[in-house]
Ligand binder design. Structure first.
Ligand code: PXL
Length: 276
């Protein structure tokens, strides 16, 4: 039977993040993708002056009820931007609709650049830990990792020992693997640390001169798609980084495109890299 993934995150109608990225990217990886929208926003919350927000928590148990009747099940779950109240529903949905050996990929979307996103309370990271526990892979950025570990965010000047301790502490939350993003030991390089409970491996690219919205969602989507294709976690984590760089390069220089990256133009590159 072909692999089927369920991704649970918001629909930001415009702005190139969450489901409008995850669905096309994972589909491009050749993986059947179901969606459970956590909320619908007019646009994402990072850089626009305001947004509409429709919470879909109440739909979650009703959708599950239908899926159980229809015997809908999944080989993988990939969670992103969700609310505190949704976490128990999501845990229940994952438990009830998992095929044998199903994996859980958790992007603990909540923060960047040292700050929680608009609308997330200070106690949200504590709740997010419940999704991290029992995950196969968690994909925090450095800010999210700091919030999960209840430690101060350190933007730069850290060393390998600091990152490897962070990976170990994140692993101790109860996940099987950690992919920590936004790691940099050299001002010209940016990359990821991949920890499996035994060793930490790294993958770096040339640091791009701009930081862009939506790259975290693009990254996690590629990791999810690549993993389901049967690639190793280090391969998936490296491909994610390469695709993000490609999308940033396609976007560079277009000042009107401040809200996201042109990931669509990086899809041919992604597909080519998966055809090995
Ligand atoms: O890219 C993460 C993300 C997802 N969804 C919404 C967001 C953000 C980041 O700001 O606002 C609604």
């Amino acid at each position: 039977m072909d692999k089927r993934l369920l991704t649970i995150q918001d629909i930001s109608c415009v702005g190139q993040c969450s489901l409008t990225v995850a669905l096309p990217v994972i589909s491009a990886c050749g993986i059947e993708t179901g969606v459970l929208p956590s909320s619908v926003l007019s646009n994402h919350t990072a850089g626009y002056s305001g947004w509409t927000f429709r919470d879909l928590t109440d739909d979650m148990p009703k959708i599950l009820e239908r899926w159980l009747i229809e015997k809908v099940d999944f080989d993988a779950f990939y969670t992103g931007y969700v609310s505190k109240a949704q976490i128990p529903h999501i845990l229940n949905i994952m438990e009830k609709t998992a095929r044998k050996g199903a994996i859980r990929i958790v992007d603990p979307v909540m923060a960047d650049n040292g700050k929680l996103y608009a609308g997330f309370d200070d106690d949200f990271p504590q709740e997010m830990k419940k999704l991290c526990k029992g995950a196969d892979v968690i994909i925090p950025n450095l800010t999210e990792a700091a919030f999960l570990l209840n430690q101060p965010y350190v933007a730069e000047g850290y060393d390998k020992a600091f990152i490897e301790k962070m990976c170990k502490d994140l692993y101790a939350l109860g996940t099987k693997n950690v992919v920590l993003t936004g790691v940099s030991f050299d001002p010209t390089k940016l990359g990821v640390a991949v920890y499996d409970g035994k060793k930490t491996e790294y993958y770096f690219n040339e640091k791009q001169p701009v930081s862009s919205h939506g790259t975290g969602d693009l990254y996690a989507s590629v990791v999810a798609g690549s993993l389901l294709r049967g690639n190793s976690l280090l391969e998936a984590a490296s491909l994610g980084a390469d695709v993000v760089v490609e999308a940033i390069k396609k976007t560079a220089g277009d000042k009107d495109h401040w809200y996201g990256v042109k990931f669509e133009q990086a899809l041919p590159y992604l597909i080519k890299r998966l055809q090995k």
